[in-house]
Design a protein around this ligand. Structure first.
Ligand code: ZN
Length: 297
């Protein structure tokens, strides 16, 4: 029993740090890469980093996000169970390494597609003050070869896939992907299921924009869709509503405190968001979340 608990803890700490790509002692634990059929052409692959969405149709294999290069072969092994094809297109939902590092592996056989700001950011080293970490630029061969400004549509057998840019949200280059016939949306890091989100204020992300984008998503995504969040388990429209409620509540409270000229230190000592205590167990603690909202408003 004790060994089992230790294993769970190691796996948990591995996943917690996966988003940052930080080196930890748990790095030696091989990540478990799993595959789940969602609906229609769509599958979800979980491993280390942002959730991967797959659409397998007759004649095309399309992947949303690529996690880390170090587990690309394990991801490829899961893909082999879905299709005999190589991946035709990889769509990056944004530039963060836990969604794009695997471009280095998949770009050998696939076309990488992303918003134009993703290509710009992946072309140069990116320093994050919030994480105190530099992410190296990707080699030219792993950069997106097709970029878009607002939207893009794929017309493949039995499926229409819409890719839409959401401005000034998690970063300045976010895209969400709608698999319209399969009724599945992959919304990248605009959704952390039952977790406080990371908003990258240093990469053009904004708190207000993020909150507005979630409201847009709630209108854009039909209620019967399944939703693949950037991080966390498969979700529903109702789960996204709960997430939106937490965001709006956080912003309103922090705005109230700021209008009373409370300092960040004072706000951090206030008792609020207590009902979301378990949401701080992941990559973003409650303190980091409140700090982001405070600094971002
Ligand atoms: Zn991200």
């Amino acid at each position: 029993m004790r060994i089992f608990v230790i294993l769970i803890c190691l796996q948990f700490s591995f996943n917690s740090f996966a988003h940052s790509g930080r080196n930890t002692s748990s790095q030696n634990v091989p990540p478990k890469v799993s595959r789940e059929k969602i609906s229609g052409c769509v599958y979800m692959i979980k491993g280390m980093g942002g959730n991967i969405g797959i659409c397998s149709t007759k004649g095309k294999l399309i992947m949303v996000d690529a996690q880390f290069e170090k587990i690309s072969k394990q991801i490829k092994n899961q893909l082999k169970r879905i299709s005999k094809r190589d991946v035709d297109f990889v769509i990056n939902t944004h530039w963060h390494g836990d969604h794009t590092d695997g471009n280095k592996f998949f770009s050998k056989k696939s076309h990488i597609i992303a918003h134009e700001n993703v290509r710009k950011r992946l072309s140069e080293d990116q320093f994050s003050k919030f994480l105190d970490r530099t992410t190296k630029a990707l080699p030219t061969t792993a950069l997106p070869v097709i970029t878009f400004k607002d939207s893009l549509t794929f017309h493949v057998a039995d499926e229409e896939i819409e890719v839409k840019h959401l401005p000034k949200g998690h970063t300045d280059g976010d895209a969400i992907v709608l698999f319209k016939n399969s009724k599945v949306a992959h919304v990248g890091d605009h959704f952390f299921k039952n977790k406080f989100p990371y908003i990258d204020l240093g990469s053009g992300g904004t708190v207000q924009g993020y909150v507005e984008n979630i409201k847009t998503l709630l209108k854009m995504i039909p209620e019967d869709y399944k939703i693949i969040p950037g991080h966390g388990d498969l979700a529903t429209h109702a789960d996204l509503k709960v997430f939106s409620k937490m965001l709006v509540h956080s912003v309103e409270r922090v705005q109230d405190f700021k209008s009373l000229e409370k300092s960040l230190e004072e706000v951090l000592k206030m008792s609020f968001l207590d009902e979301y205590a378990s949401w701080g167990d992941g990559f973003i603690s409650k303190e980091k979340w409140i700090t982001t909202v405070y600094n971002g408003l």
